[in-house]
Design a protein around this ligand. Sequence first.
Ligand SMILES: [Fe+2]
Length: 292
Amino acid sequence: MPLDLEPVGEEFVARATGVDLARLLGEQDRQAIVAACDRYAVLVFPGQHLTPEELVRFGNAFGEVDTTLQKKLLNHVQNRLGMDTVTDISNVDAEGRVAGPDHWQTITTVGNRFWHSDGSYKDLPIRYSILNAVTAVEYGGETQYADLRAAYDSLDDVTRDLIADKVGVFWSHNTRDWLKIPDTEAERSAFPKARWPLVRTHPGSGRKVLWCDSKVWAIEGMPLPEGRALAHELIEHIGRREHVYSHKWQPGDLVMYDNRATVHRGRRFIHSERREMRRVETTDDVHSLGYA
Ligand SMILES: [Fe+2]
């Protein structure tokens, strides 16, 4: 059975069925998934219970699986799955118990609650992220996605002119700094700050995107407070209800999203509930404007 798409909105998010992602992907299905990502940017595949190895194989069909974040930072916390290619997005400690709010594994995921595109702070960021839910919580824990193409289209003319040639300086630790997570200097400088235009063109669809998220530390050519305030305003604009899809997870849900066209954030949940997901990311091939 070929890929079947049921759009959630006209141009954003589709529910995808008909393909067993645990099996080796055929070229026709692979191309259909890329085309669907170009159009909708977020694909929800229900009922996909993949092993970590199957998840890596699925990711590899769409590019090189990224290991930099895992190796540079996350392995310092714990590596329960024992892989550099699969990230453990969970509140589970190394012994398999639910980790409390003061456990480092929990603390390190708090930054995910702010709007971001995966790897936006890198010179070579993430193209696709693939999240597979193992367990789901009853209260909260949704992942919300916002459409950066619709966010650009709905800017007012003055703001669109203001940001047309602006460059943002993206820093991996912007939110962690704000949250007062006590990282070491080595961790804070693991990724140098990357410079990106605030307006980019999505290659798959040709649509312009508003490229701004919680990692924006400064906007070049503007006083630091003015630039940071503008970034905050742009993020609020991106997060307007009409740009947002909220995904309530079920075990086996697999969501594939295009980071070049979306931002996302995880929502609060109750710490005693077990929230366990696995993530694979593929590397993009478009470089930033260089380091700040
Ligand atoms: Fe993320």
